[in-house]
Structures are given as C-alpha cells and as structure tokens.
Design a protein around this ligand. Structure first.
Ligand SMILES: *[C@@H]1O[C@H](CO)[C@@H](O)[C@H](O)[C@H]1NC(C)=O
Ligand SMILES: *[C@@H]1O[C@H](CO)[C@@H](O)[C@H](O)[C@H]1NC(C)=O
Ligand SMILES: *[C@@H]1O[C@H](CO)[C@@H](O)[C@H](O)[C@H]1NC(C)=O
Length: 401
C-alpha cells in the first residue's frame, strides 16, 4: 500500500510539473503533445523504478503498455483481415474484397517499437494498413516479427526476410492476385531501419534483386554510430521519444548487459578502428545547411568499448554504413522526417546520400510533428499530424506503386 501511495504521489508531482514544461512553439496541438510527453515520462520513471526494485525489466513495461493497444483481426465491408503464418512467422494480412480485373499491388509493412515493443495488431498500425489496402486496392502483409530482449539481433531481420521471401514465391503472389512488379516494403521508426536493411540484403541477393519496386520509410532510424547529431541534441528530452528512452530501449536489441547503455549515452560505444566508418554518417558533411544551425561537429569517441560494440559496425544495424556503390542500386524511395525527432538527421542523411548516387527519392519533412506521430492515429489520443503523415504516405504509394 505504501508503495502505491508513493507511486501515486510521484505521478501527481510529475503530472503537475510536466504539464507546465515548455514544448517547442510551433508544434501542432501542443496540449495533446504535452500530455503524450508527460505520460511517456511517467512511464519511463515507473519503468526505471520497477527495474531498480527488480519487479520487471525496464523495457517490459513499455511492452505491456503497447500490447494493450492490440486488437483482433476484424474484417469490414471492403477488407478481409486475417492473422496467419508465413513459414511459421505470424503475419496479419489485409486482403481487398472487391473483384479486380487487374493484379493488385502489395505492401509489406514493418512496424516500429524500438525492437522491443509493438505489433501489427496495434490499433494504430491496423488503421494504417487497412487504409492502405482500401485506398490502393492493395494486399498488405504485416509481419509480427520476434522482439528483443528475448530474441536479440538479428532475429527481427531474419523473420522479416523469411516472410518476404515466402510472399515473393510465384505461387503465393498468384494466390493473392498480386502483381510482382508492384511491391513495396514500408516501415516506421525501428521498422524503417528494418526496411532499409532488408531492402539492401534483398538487393545483394541475385535471386531477389530488383524484385521490390519501392521502399517507404517513416521517421526511420538508420544508424547507431553517432548519438549526438543535431537532432539528438535538439530533441534530447523529447517530446515523446527522449534520447535516453530511445537508447535504453533499443540497446536491448543488441545485448542483455545494460552497461553498454551508458557508453551509447556518452557516444563512446564505437570500437577500436571504426573511425573509417564515420564518414558514412558525418552530419557535418551530409546535412542540409538549414539543419546544421550552430552545431559543431564532434566525432564519436572510439576504442573505449570493444566487445558488444562490434555490432555497431554491422550494416544490418545501420543501413547508412555502406558505400555509395552499395546504395546506388536501391529502388525508388520515400522518406518522411519529422522536425521534433532525435532520428530526424538519420533520415535527412539517407536522403542526401541516396540522391547523391542517383536513387530517385521523394522526401517530405513535417515541420510541426513529433517522432511516433502515427501511433496516435486513433481515438481518443489522436494527433492531426499523425493522420497527415499517414495520408502523405498512402498518397505517395498511390502515385508511385
Ligand atoms: C469501403 O470502401 C468505400 C469506397 O471506397 C468507402 O466509402 C467506405 O468508407 C469503405 N468502408 C470502410 C469500412 O472503410
Ligand atoms: C566530417 O565532415 C567534416 C566536414 O566535411 C570534415 O571536416 C571532417 O573531417 C569529417 N570527419 C569525419 C570523421 O569524417
Ligand atoms: C563497397 O563495399 C563493397 C562491400 O564491402 C566492396 O566490395 C566494394 O569494393 C566497395 N566499393 C567501393 C567503391 O569502395
């Protein structure tokens, strides 16, 4: 009982405090964003307390909170929704009901959640994928890939690849009436990272090269080398996704030992001999002037930590860690970045690098939105910016897929 009272007291203080905390001026629907930010900070504090007292691991609270958003597969007048498996990996499928003369396009949607939470069953992802299926008359496949920390890197990638390869079989495409020349892979946040990775891996595989027409990334994370880029500095405390929360959650994808969190927080996690790779993510070189502001480039420290940090050299963790010749054959690309997002610069750098080597890229920057906006696309907590992002994403698919 005492503990509960304590927790309640702390929550009240936080609520009062954060409700009055300033948030960026031109953000859309500031009071809703502030509420989202406050609730997230309360959850972060609670998760920290729970971990400290041994009640549960830090990320588990976020896993539970996100899971409460899951909904059953419910078909409607236009779309049949089913949960099934592709090669033993669970997927949620959206299949248009109306008769079609032509073969349909298809979208494989990889959800976000920092590799430790989330599912395509969440109401917000259901909303996005259902609307995609409806407006495009497309088949949507959403893999429910394995999550960390139970399943560490590269389990998520392996599951997505298995699902995609299963789906790309002639007999499967035929079964769902899909046109093999009109397939896109999409994802948001960590799902955008997975999208970048799986597209590169497929492009390197002679059997799958050029089988994917397009990739669409919504505020993707595309590197783990430099956690002190301008966007990380400007949005260090959120709103919504603070630098610390992002790092505390996503580091669990790589390792079960928590020491490494501190190294990543200090931007000192790169191993000996890794300096050669910094050029691929050098924001001082790739970021448009507008976003550099008065920030001074500081190289990440390398050579302090060596065991776990070797993972940060893996381009399956950071799709930005490849040279120009590996980028130039990537397909038509759509990138959405948000101003109030630590991951903003990852997306901006990828746009620059892809354009430099001639990959056709459409880029939309949302000036007044936060990271994770599409998670708030359904009542009662919806953000207009989330709906706008979803509309832009689907409109791009309509014109380009
Ligand atoms: C079904 O499709 C029609 C025509 O596009 C649309 O007006 C209607 O809102 C759709 N129904 C649902 C439940 O999305
Ligand atoms: C980063 O880019 C700046 C400007 O182009 C350059 O001066 C610096 O040497 C680069 N550093 C690394 C590590 O690539
Ligand atoms: C790019 O990287 C690939 C794979 O590591 C390598 O085979 C290739 O030689 C590199 N190309 C250039 C131009 O550095």
């Amino acid at each position: 009982m005492g503990n509960k009272m304590l927790l309640f007291g702390i929550s009240c203080i936080l609520l009062a405090y954060y409700t009055y905390m300033p948030i960026p001026e031109n953000i859309e629907e500031p009071w809703k964003v502030r509420l989202i930010d406050t609730l997230t900070k309360i959850a972060t504090l609670t998760a920290t307390l729970f971990e400290y007292t041994g009640l549960m691991k830090f990320e588990h609270l976020f896993f539970i909170l996100m899971r409460t958003q899951n909904i059953e597969p419910i078909s409607d007048e236009n779309i049949t929704v089913i949960d099934t498996e592709f090669s033993n990996i669970p997927v949620r499928l959206y299949l248009p009901k109306r008769k079609s003369e032509r073969q349909r396009p298809a979208v494989i949607y990889i959800h976000g959640g920092a590799f430790v939470t989330g599912s395509p069953k969440m109401e917000s992802y259901d909303f996005v994928n259902r609307m995609t299926a409806n407006r495009l008359d497309a088949v949507v496949v959403a893999p429910d890939y394995r999550l960390a920390p139970q399943y560490l890197f590269p389990a998520a990638i392996e599951d997505c690849i298995i699902v995609i390869k299963f789906f790309l079989q002639d007999k499967v495409l035929e079964k769902y009436g899909v046109d093999p020349a009109h397939i896109c892979i999409s994802g948001d946040s960590s799902g955008g990272s997975l999208t970048g990775t799986v597209i590169q891996l497929l492009q390197d595989d002679p059997e799958y090269r050029n089988k994917i027409k397009a990739q669409a990334m919504i505020y993707p994370g595309l590197q783990t080398i430099d956690t002190w880029m301008p966007s990380y500095r400007e949005n260090e405390n959120g709103p919504f996704l603070s630098r610390k929360l992002a790092i505390m959650l996503s580091v669990r994808y790589f390792t079960k030992e928590t020491e490494s969190v501190h190294a990543v927080l200090r931007n000192e996690h790169m191993p000996e001999g890794s300096r050669d790779l910094f050029k691929f993510v050098n924001w001082s070189h790739f970021l448009p002037e507008k976003y550099k502001k008065n920030h001074v480039y500081r190289e990440p420290i390398h050579g302090k930590l060596n065991t776990f940090s070797a993972l940060h050299l893996d381009r399956r963790v950071s799709p930005l860690l490849v040279n120009d010749s590996q980028l130039q054959n990537l397909p038509l690309t759509y990138v959405i970045t948000c101003e109030y997002d630590i991951l903003r610069d990852d997306g901006l750098i990828y746009v620059t690098r892809l354009r430099n080597v001639g990959v056709p890229v459409t880029h939309d920057h949302i000036e007044d939105a936060i990271h994770g906006a599409i998670l708030f696309s359904t009542a009662p907590m919806y953000l207009h910016s989330g709906l706008r992002i979803i509309d832009k994403y689907i409109s791009w698919l309509q014109e380009n897929l």
